[in-house]
Design a protein around this ligand. Sequence first.
Ligand code: IPE
Ligand code: IPE
Ligand code: MG
Length: 222
Amino acid sequence: MKAPRHVTIIMDGNGRWARQKGKDRLFGHAEGVESIRSVLRAAHDAGVEYLSFYAFSEENWGRPEGEVAGLMELMLRSLKSEEAELKANKVHLRILGNLGRLSPELQEAVKVMDENTAPGAEMTMILFISYSGRWDIAQAARRMAEEGGESIEPYLVTAGVPDPDLLIRTSGEQRVSNYLLWQLAYTEFVFTPVLWPDFRREQFFEALEEYSSRERRFGKVK
Ligand code: IPE
Ligand code: IPE
Ligand code: MG
């Protein structure tokens, strides 16, 4: 089975997972970090080159203040604690999105992480934070016009990153929620009812299996 080169995941269902257990939504987000760790290891073993995650959308800024603050705190803490492990596994961690909206401390952590994990990396992990597909296309179009560029691709925040081959969305929702609108043009979608904190290695391999049964045609005739 040939692994998809770029797998992207809309991690959804943390809040529902926590509620089912009678806990605070933030408990679900914290457990979701464990799923990221597990899936990263699985993707590494499967030979996936790019693994990306929708971690926080532009629209998510509209959630209650306590949840937003808790998520930002969790991201900062996780970035700082994972550096050694990422370097040991030769994983370059990049964070893409409208990063100007993040706190100066988080912006600094993002920059440091990107620089420190880049050398010698064999795999790229991307976290999309404060990201929305429409925002990305709009900022790219604006910069392209300013510079007189001729194609939009090099101006998207994903410039140089291959388009996702496979998109997985957990929690049973079957929508794109303003994610990579441009980049998903020919991506295969796999939806699973599993809530993100329960999505681990086994579920990831099931999704790869499903992907391998798809026939991609890119508008052509096979
Ligand atoms: C996904 O889980 C994580 C983020 C969007 C940050 P949710 O927080 O959306 O969980 P549900 O969808 O409410 O269960
Ligand atoms: C999409 O999940 C955003 C992330 C996973 C970061 P949401 O929970 O925000 O999406 P909707 O509101 O159900 O569409
Ligand atoms: Mg959700």
